[in-house]
Ligand binder design. Structure first.
Ligand SMILES: [Zn+2]
Ligand SMILES: [Zn+2]
Length: 422
């Protein structure tokens, strides 16, 4: 009986890995220019960390976490909480007043798997901690914009403000009041969260809920003076940087800790309009997790499954990996010579292959084609005796003698020069 991977847990195959690496390399290059440093975090944390940060009444904590209940630990469902836990634990706030950090890795949520969404999914997560200036919000969005543009992805940026602990309760109240009049028409999810998490009704995907909230009060009308000023200054800075955005007063976050600026990068290339990156400000969270008082923070996460899907769609042609040299060796002595030669080639940093099975020349040439080699060096008993192999250019089919003189180290050097100049 074959054992298969768990539903929602996916292998990333060699032919897909190239895209993943491109994604990670691009992220690292761009983040470096913005002074964003990498941090690597464990995937297991105390369950309490997520209950305290994400909030006990959210879907994530209520039903989507993979927890070892007897040990009180959980596979992280997102990265922000872990990153902030590390920030607090290692006293990052005394190192620099504003700390820019990113992490890349797998997250785990028990959701219904669908295209581009797995139960083990991967995120690039970036956080700027210690700065409350609107310029920082704009800078963070500029990082996202630049990164996604560098990947040749067509995305649009939408922004909103969620207010703060002073002005949001008032908005929440008037929203509940408004929604209560239409309670019977709301979808089941929204009926349930009307009192616990009414803001989520604003971004509900159900058609009737969507229509109902069109005339709901706008959060942007109930911001306090500080939040209002903050949000308009964020927009000034975005304009200043030339980052294009639109306001979306229906955008909210699923997690309780977000406040003020919130944003999403969206694409319609995956069918329905979908977010490839989402984030926002969480000024009270660090203190709530036992960190230093009044430490503001803002961050966003990007789903790597979605990003690679998009990249795959846009890059129709992938450049296949090419082996530099395939050694087709016939007979025991030739295999010995060939295996020493490819080891020397590999030491020189070249991709080289050999077939140890001593199969027919025809079978080995077929194998050379599979590895997409540029050259095949054919060595049989006769070639060894005469110290002269046959070098075949796999593109032009041209064959030239190749001297098997001196050491294999020397021969590898000759081949390297040949590859370089061809
Ligand atoms: Zn406010
Ligand atoms: Zn709904």
């Amino acid at each position: 009986m074959k054992i298969k991977a768990i539903n929602g847990f996916k292998d990333i195959l060699p032919e897909e890995v190239a895209l993943w690496r491109q994604l990670e390399t691009t992220a690292r290059e761009i983040f470096r220019c913005f002074g964003v440093e990498e941090i690597r975090l464990p995937i297991l944390e105390k369950t309490e960390l997520f209950a305290r940060s994400i909030g006990g009444t959210t879907d994530i904590v209520e039903k989507e976490m993979y927890s070892f209940t007897d040990k009180g630990i959980t596979l992280r469902p997102e990265a922000t909480a872990s990153l902030l836990r590390a920030y607090i634990q290692h006293g990052f706030h005394v190192r620099q007043p504003v700390q820019r950090l990113f992490t890349i890795g797998p997250m785990f949520r028990h959701e219904r798997p669908q295209k581009g969404r797995q139960r083990q999914f991967h995120q690039i997560d970036i956080e700027i901690i210690g700065g409350e200036e609107p310029a920082i919000d704009a800078e963070l969005m500029a990082i996202g914009q630049l990164f996604l543009t560098r990947l040749n992805l067509e995305v649009s940026l939408e922004i909103n403000s969620l207010g703060c602990t002073r002005c949001r309760p008032g908005f929440r109240k008037s929203l509940i009041q408004y929604l209560n009049d239409y309670k019977e028409q709301l979808c089941d999810d929204c009926k349930r969260r009307l009192n616990s998490n009414p803001l989520r009704v604003l971004d509900c995907k159900s058609r009737t809920c969507k229509a109902l909230v069109q005339d709901a009060p706008s959060i942007l009308d109930s911001l306090c003076d500080d939040c209002d000023r903050h949000f308009s200054t964020v927009q000034e800075h975005l304009d200043n940087l030339g980052v294009v955005y639109t306001l979306n007063r229906f955008m909210v976050r699923g997690l309780d800790y977000y406040c003020r600026t919130t944003f999403e990068f969206l694409t319609s290339d995956l069918g329905a309009q979908a977010a490839v990156a989402a984030g926002g400000r969480y000024d009270g969270l660090i203190e709530q997790l036992g960190g230093p008082k009044n430490t503001p923070g803002i961050g966003f996460a990007m789903g790597m499954e979605r990003l690679t899907l998009l990249m795959e769609q846009q890059q129709k042609e992938t450049v296949p990996v090419r082996a530099n040299i395939f050694v087709a060796a016939l007979g025991e002595a030739a295999i010995k010579h060939g295996s020493s030669l490819i080891y020397q080639l590999r030491k020189l940093g070249l991709r080289a292959d050999i077939d140890y099975k001593d199969r027919s020349l025809k079978a080995q040439m077929k194998q050379a084609g599979r590895t997409n080699a540029r050259f095949t060096l054919i060595i049989g008993e006769q070639e060894l005796e005469q110290q002269k192999g046959i070098l075949r250019n796999m593109d032009t089919k041209e064959q030239t003698p190749f001297p098997l003189l001196e050491s294999t180290e020397h021969q590898a050097e000759q081949l390297r020069q040949l590859i370089r100049t061809s």
